[in-house]
Design a protein around this ligand. Sequence first.
Ligand SMILES: Nc1ncnc2c1ncn2[C@@H]1O[C@H](COP(=O)(O)OP(=O)(O)OP(=O)(O)O)[C@@H](O)[C@H]1O
Ligand SMILES: [Mg+2]
Length: 321
Amino acid sequence: MKKMSANQIKDNMVEKDQIVEKVYEIYDRAYERIQAVRNPREAKRILRERYKLIVDEDMITLVYSSFIEGIPVLFEGPPGTGKTEIGEALLSLWAGRKAFVLPCSENYDEYRVIGDFHPLRAYREGFNEQSFIPRPLLAALILDSGVLIDEIRRSSEEFQNLLLDIIDKRRIIIPELKRVYRSLGEGFQIIFTSNPDDLAQNELSDAFLRRVVRVTFSYPSFNKELEILKLRLGETFELYDEFTMNAALKAVEEMRKSDLLYKPGVADMVRWMAIGARIAKLRSHSKVTREDLIDVAKAVLIKRPEEESLVLEIIESHLPG
Ligand SMILES: Nc1ncnc2c1ncn2[C@@H]1O[C@H](COP(=O)(O)OP(=O)(O)OP(=O)(O)O)[C@@H](O)[C@H]1O
Ligand SMILES: [Mg+2]
């Protein structure tokens, strides 16, 4: 496919198309352009430096290869393992523009993602370009940028099929306007996220799964999680002595293997350690103490009151008083 710059794409759209103009007016500045990075090794470096994300090069290579083939990617895995943040960052680097994020819900439909009509203007002037309000998926296609469709299992099957049709054909039809918008570049790519263990959510259909490249996320190894903490905490990492840091990592590892219903993800681990360091500092402790960590754990690691005693038991077994 011949690559086009965002401006060439704009020029190539129907001249003076009001919808294209509107998309630029509404979204161009909010989803700003950045330097595109399509080399996986370079992307890995930038993800670390700029986004504070540690991502394997093999994973980036797989995602980028799927993008080149125009096949959407599904990130699946437990909560707090980086699916949303890594997805958004990769789509942004690939397209050279900040990606759109659509958090799914049960009642998502084409009007919320493609566009709808201003009720009063449509009543007065009819269903035309003036009364049409473009929404993020159409905007992303026109701006040639990526879309992260977060928690896809929260949406209806009908909505999932609508998305797959758009992705397969790389075009959006607006019947009321008799208009078809086609994707003209390679920046318009999709990443879905999903947590398969969340029983409250819908299953993904076979038809859906057949059309995506699946990337599974899991909890990181001890050393990788330690690396993430160093990167995320910056200089406050120094407020932990080695024993306390290792004990906290081991405790979280044990919680993930336990029968707890709420298992802490990397996001929880980072929050626990980051707030722990802040509290220790405000309490004028030179190092984070066991008590600092237990106080913070109660606030950030326990999401169900009935699980409090088990969580504290696990932490105390690794950090004996
Ligand atoms: N590989 C990683 N590198 C750096 N930070 C990470 C990584 N994985 C997870 N994190 C931490 O987790 C946070 C991102 O979690 P994110 O919300 O993207 O997870 P998620 O898998 O989408 O979770 P959920 O299923 O709850 O939506 C980051 O802000 C960071 O604290
Ligand atoms: Mg998420």
